[in-house]
Write a protein that binds this ligand. Structure first.
Ligand SMILES: O=P(O)(O)OC[C@H]1O[C@H](OP(=O)(O)OP(=O)(O)O)[C@H](O)[C@@H]1O
Ligand SMILES: Nc1ncnc2[nH]cnc12
Length: 177
């Protein structure tokens, strides 16, 4: 399936929920896309296509990013690095705090999980304020790896998340609103 067909299919499955998880937020719910085999597989492949040959591993941000990164990593034949919410990883971690459209949180990775210089493509479902992906990128760089790019299913352009990302970082979104 080509990129524009994937875009149309994913958009047709997407649910829009007003005022979730709090008043004023229009929530873009990808669960119907995850539940549809054709849409989910096409989305997983579309997320890595622009970065072909330029990454060694995918990083998925807990929780919705895990689903996409895991599926995309199998399709691309690479491994997946879980970037977890704080307090879940059992060994020595690096931590980055951040804020998002509806709160604050912290992300962690295990130190030394990948060899130095590994090229990491960060995958998530939504780029909103950019706080989550920017924190993930800081973690990857602090750990001694290289951020190959950022790939998301949906970008909420009005929240200017791209502006929160490190200068020069390549960011791809299948859908932009
Ligand atoms: O660009 P930002 O403003 O940071 O927002 C985007 C993040 O918000 C959601 O995560 P959430 O923390 O709600 O977690 P979930 O995946 O566990 O539902 C989404 O999955 C992104 O990771
Ligand atoms: N509006 C939104 N819809 C879905 N996920 C989000 N994460 C942050 N903002 C979001």
């Amino acid at each position: 399936m080509n990129e524009s067909e994937t875009r149309a299919l994913v958009e047709s499955r997407l649910a829009l929920i007003p005022d979730f998880p709090e008043p004023g937020v229009l929530f873009r719910d990808l669960t119907p896309v995850f539940a549809d085999g054709e849409a989910f597989h096409a989305l997983a492949e579309a997320l890595t296509a622009p970065f072909a040959g330029r990454f060694d591993v995918l990083a998925g941000v807990e929780a919705r990013g895990f689903l996409l990164a895991a599926a995309a990593s199998v399709a691309a034949g690479v491994g997946v690095l879980p970037i977890r919410k704080a307090g879940k990883l059992p060994r020595a971690v690096l931590r980055e705090e951040y804020s998002l459209e509806y709160g604050t949180a912290a992300l962690e990775v295990h130190e030394g999980e990948l060899p130095p210089g590994t090229r990491v493509l960060i995958v998530d479902d939504v780029l909103a304020t950019g706080g989550t992906v920017a924190a993930a990128a800081r973690l990857v760089e602090r750990a001694g790896w290289h951020v190959a790019g950022v790939s998301v299913a949906i970008e909420l352009a009005e929240l200017h998340g791209r502006d929160a990302l490190p200068a020069g970082l390549e960011a791809y979104s299948l859908l932009s609103y």
